[in-house]
Design a protein around this ligand. Structure first.
Ligand SMILES: [Zn+2]
Length: 90
């Protein structure tokens, strides 16, 4: 699941709340690395604040954070680049 799906949710869960996805984990404030896809582009964004479920690892991003990530991709910002292999199962 990518951030775009989360963008459609209006809820902004807080740390300490129960996870909406698995309904029993607790959300913790963390900094995570996001593989953010925008059309054909893929940008890895580090140090992203998120609420992360301590059971199922589902991540929740604030709408403001999703907008920041979209902006980074639109502006073509980059600090370094990785070579990423691409394969298809046969
Ligand atoms: Zn969960």
């Amino acid at each position: 699941m990518g951030p775009l799906r989360r963008k459609e949710r209006n809820e902004q869960p807080k740390a300490g709340e129960t996870c909406y996805f698995c309904t029993h984990g607790i959300l913790e404030e963390k900094r995570v690395t996001v593989d953010f896809r925008w059309g054909e582009q893929l940008v890895i964004i580090e140090n992203v604040p998120a609420k992360v479920c301590n059971e199922c690892a589902e991540r929740y991003y604030a709408a403001k954070i999703v907008r920041q990530m979209e902006q980074i991709v639109k502006e073509g910002r980059r600090e370094r680049e990785l070579r990423v292999p691409v394969v298809a199962l046969k």
